[in-house]
Design a protein around this ligand. Structure first.
Ligand SMILES: Cc1cc2nc3c(=O)[nH]c(=O)nc-3n(C[C@H](O)[C@H](O)[C@H](O)COP(=O)(O)O)c2cc1C
Length: 125
């Protein structure tokens, strides 16, 4: 039997060093804004992403506790920072250092924003 390698889910894409990912959601985590770098690295178009829940790019390797922690902070009005592995539409992945924070209008939280840059863990083997 022929086994083609590498398995697509093991393919990492690196966010270019000079780019950042920006997205904004409503209170429920539905994407209302996404920059081109986010669409490109995720292998979606911006049109495909807007209107979708942000777990569109959730990678099964990410522990649920990471997002529970994030939502706890955001709902309490606090920013959250963490390392996140996202899944691309083609099954590949990328890592980011994410900074999420509440978006306020007149003191009231109306949504959340997410700004992230490349995180890269070079293989040592
Ligand atoms: C502004 C913002 C950005 C988010 N960005 C991501 C992201 O890039 N990747 C991700 O897996 N979840 C992201 N989330 C969290 C998702 O909304 C969701 O909680 C998470 O993917 C877990 O999904 P699940 O509850 O369906 O397992 C983001 C949430 C917010 C509010």
């Amino acid at each position: 039997m022929r086994v083609n390698q590498p398995v697509i889910t093991q393919v990492e894409t690196l966010l270019p060093k000079d780019q950042f990912i920006y997205s904004r959601t409503d209170l429920k985590g539905i994407i209302v804004e996404a920059n081109q770098a986010f669409a490109d690295i995720s292998a979606y178009t911006r049109e495909e992403m807007i209107g979708q829940p942000h777990n569109l790019v959730r990678h099964p390797d990410m522990p649920p506790q990471a997002f529970e922690d994030m939502w706890r902070d955001l709902k309490a009005g606090r920013p959250w920072r963490g390392l996140v592995k996202n899944r691309r539409k083609d099954g590949g992945f990328y890592w980011v250092v994410a900074n999420a924070s509440p978006v306020r209008e007149n003191g009231k939280i109306v949504g959340y924003r997410w700004l992230s840059i490349r995180a890269h863990f070079p293989r040592t083997t």
